[in-house]
Design a protein around this ligand. Structure first.
Ligand code: GUN
Length: 289
């Protein structure tokens, strides 16, 4: 079993981005600027946004956070979106999800200027991704592809099973891995809450991607010997340790790791790569602006 160290791979990609930023600035270009819009006080969202800010500093980007009240109306949030769309000092921005229930997430995402949509969530970017046209790729799926590529994991012709069909991870990663490309060319099965024989399907995977959002859902009996296991989940579960909790993924790591050829840890696997993909998209946006 080999651990796929997302932290190390992310550090390498970040140093490549930092070098590009330096070259841009030396050439008289402005510093790339990423904005995160954070609505409310969801603690997981606050943690993600703080990590994104730290990463921006590491590569030499400017970063700002717009902290907005949980009670903001959809109309007011749309005004902020318009402001960001028209602000030439902003190269790219993200609206951290989930949004409060009274806000229509799709209406907000659709209002983002696709040229600044560094999350790759706008319907125009999603459509272009499906059609294999230039676009901003969603960060977590792009991070997974980079992890596989930089770990020299062969994907061509492999059976890939994705568990979870979210717009952010499961659906786009299933599309990207089935593309006709050296980095992909998998035969992909997308499983979800209504899938029959989930255990058998998972156990047929050469590459298993767990993005179901349930703590330690994937157990050893669902994994083929020698499979590559990519764990997208991150959960805080209470335990008897000094801290009172531990961080786990969607995979029961201790029993699955010995069966797998490669596996991502949680934390330190997919998470750092998601942020790196966002930085890559912001750099791309800044180069175009
Ligand atoms: N919430 C969980 N993952 C993401 C992400 O990649 N982007 C945004 N905007 N919100 C998220």
């Amino acid at each position: 079993m080999k651990l796929i160290n997302g932290k190390t791979i992310a550090a390498t990609v970040k140093s490549e981005i930092a070098n590009e930023v330096k070259t841009m600035i030396d050439a008289g270009r402005k510093t790339p600027h990423l904005v995160a819009v954070l609505v409310g006080t969801d603690s997981a969202s606050e943690t993600y946004v703080a990590a994104k800010e730290r990463a921006c500093k590491e590569v030499g980007f400017t970063s700002s956070v717009y902290k907005l009240s949980e009670n903001i109306t959809e109309k007011e949030l749309l005004k902020t979106i318009e402001l960001l769309n028209n602000d030439e000092g902003v190269d790219g921005y993200i609206v951290q999800l989930p949004l409060p229930k009274h806000i229509d997430t799709n209406a907000i995402i659709s209002a983002i200027d696709p040229k600044k949509d560094v999350d790759g969530f706008h319907p125009q970017n999603v459509g272009r991704m499906v059609m294999d046209m230039p676009c901003f790729l969603p960060a977590t799926p792009a991070g997974i592809i980079t992890l596989l590529e930089r770990s020299n994991i062969e994907t061509e012709g492999k059976n890939c099973v994705v568990v979870g069909r979210s717009n952010i991870v499961g659906t786009p990663v299933s599309i990207l891995l089935s593309r006709n490309s050296k980095k992909a060319n998998c035969t992909v099965t997308l499983c979800h809450s209504r899938t029959k024989n989930l255990k058998e399907i998972c156990a047929s995977a050469d590459i298993l991607i767990a993005a179901i959002g349930k703590a330690e859902f994937i157990t050893a009996d669902m994994v083929k010997d020698g499979a590559v296991v990519i764990d997208v989940g991150i959960h805080r579960v209470n335990d008897n340790s000094e801290k009172g909790y531990k961080i786990v993924g969607d995979v029961k790591f201790d029993e699955v790791a010995p069966k797998s050829s490669f596996i991502t840890p949680v934390p330190g696997g997919v998470g750092p790569m998601t942020i790196v993909s966002l930085l890559n998209n912001t750099l791309k946006a800044a180069k175009k602006s």
